[in-house]
Design a protein around this ligand. Structure first.
Ligand code: ZN
Ligand code: ZN
Length: 410
């Protein structure tokens, strides 16, 4: 591998240039764990080079977050500080860019009262509704990327020393992001163009529904809304620039019809959610609503997650990822959704990205009418496998293979 320090700079450059496409005079808000401050500095340096007006930091720390859930006054979890709402509203209204550097300990909140986590999520979901809607509509460019923290790397590679685990996780992250010592930005552009090919084919078929089946037990039919479209790789922001919301990404995705999912979805990978690892879980779904939940581990956290509001028990995303995607082939279970969702076909329960033609001119009621789901949450979970079959059904009743044995049929 080329010099790791140089590759980290290349990755920061990729995140700032392709992930956010920072413009002259634009402000940038970075959310980052204190442990990963060196990477935040690389991103800030790159942003200033690109003409960023001001970098604003929101520091995080797993241990302090855990301490707060364990020790803070109980009423804290039912309110949100006004200055925090003002901060996010002001920046998103002016078209700032938002970078999240995610390095959470996958089980950092295990054992914390799940009720406190749920209440905190509900209060911030309500207080930050306007900000969240702007992000879901991509009014501003935003990007999520990841760098190793010691706790995360050790959870992924328990057999290695802390130092070795961090180095190995860096290697896996850089490989997944195609940062290989060559031209990271050009590699990313080529990859985005590849994703675009599948997007165009899927949009060309304009499927009425998709049927999923595999030996893990998933057996489900998913109706797609009229006028839906698929997306993947780059998106265009309300400020008129192309950006990549996730680095890495391997998915092409759209929204299901809110009331149009019927059958069983069985997870094929654990899900780290709200600092807890949920394992061996499945959903029974009727007319779009989750009617039964099972989990071998973390069932209470999962049940809370799908009940933060009404829309949390409906679905907001169907995403296709080949079983032979580079992240999947690495064989690493990252215990981090940014990576694991890009190794596997997945769904998300909760809010939909409004990927319906003409959505920008529709009211919330009109979007609901068309089948878009609304919620304060959006949680991806993985259901892909090497034997997953997906069949697309067109509006004139033709059946087209979309996935055969876990990979695209076209
Ligand atoms: Zn996704
Ligand atoms: Zn998602």
């Amino acid at each position: 591998m080329a010099d790791l320090e140089q590759l980290k700079r290349d990755y920061a450059g990729l995140v700032i240039r392709s992930g956010l496409n920072i413009q002259n005079g634009q402000r940038l808000s970075i959310t980052c764990p204190v442990e990963c401050a060196d990477f935040a500095r690389l991103c800030a340096a790159e942003a200033y080079k690109a003409g960023c007006r001001e970098v604003l930091m929101r520091w995080r720390d797993d241990e302090l977050t855990r301490m707060k859930y364990l020790c803070a006054a109980d009423e804290v979890f039912d309110c949100v500080n006004k200055w925090e709402v003002d901060y996010l509203d002001t920046l998103s209204e002016e078209g700032a860019a938002f970078l999240t550097i995610d390095a959470d300990d996958p089980a950092g909140l295990s054992g914390v009262d799940p009720d406190r986590i749920k209440r905190a999520q509900i209060s911030s979901g309500k207080a930050l509704e306007a900000y969240r809607a702007r992000m879901m509509r991509s009014d501003c460019p935003w990007c999520v990327c990841s760098v190793p923290s010691k706790a995360w790397a050790s959870a992924v590679f328990p057999g290695l020393s802390e130092e070795e685990a961090v180095e190995r996780l860096w290697k896996e992250i850089l490989a997944a992001c195609r940062v290989d010592g060559g031209n990271a930005i050009q590699n990313w552009k080529d990859h985005s163009d590849e994703l675009r090919k599948h997007v165009d084919i899927l949009n060309g078929y304009n499927f009425k529904s998709l049927r999923y089946k595999n030996s893990a037990g998933t057996d489900v039919t998913v109706e797609l809304p009229e006028g839906h479209f698929w997306a993947g790789g780059e998106e265009k922001s309300g400020t008129g620039v192309f950006f990549s919301p996730n680095i890495p990404t391997e998915e092409v995705f759209t929204l299901p019809h809110r009331n149009g999912i019927n059958g069983t979805l069985v997870a094929t990978k654990p899900l780290s959610h709200n600092g807890t690892v949920i394992e061996g879980f499945s959903f029974r779904v009727e007319n779009g609503k989750i009617t039964e939940v099972r989990a071998e581990k973390g069932e209470d956290v999962l049940k809370n997650a799908i009940s933060v509001d009404e829309g949390a028990s409906y679905f907001g995303e169907v995403a296709l990822v080949p079983h032979d995607s580079p992240i999947s082939r690495s064989g690493v279970l990252f215990l981090n959704t940014l990576f694991d969702e890009n190794a596997s076909c997945h769904f998300a329960f909760g809010e939909a990205y409004p990927q319906i033609e003409g959505a920008e001119n529709m009211s919330e009621d009109e979007l609901k009418e068309r089948g878009a789901n609304f919620s304060m949450t959006h949680v991806d979970f993985m259901i892909g496998s090497e034997d997953l079959q997906i069949t697309g059904i067109t509006h004139d009743g033709k059946e087209i293979p979309v996935f055969v044995n876990g990979n695209f049929a076209f």
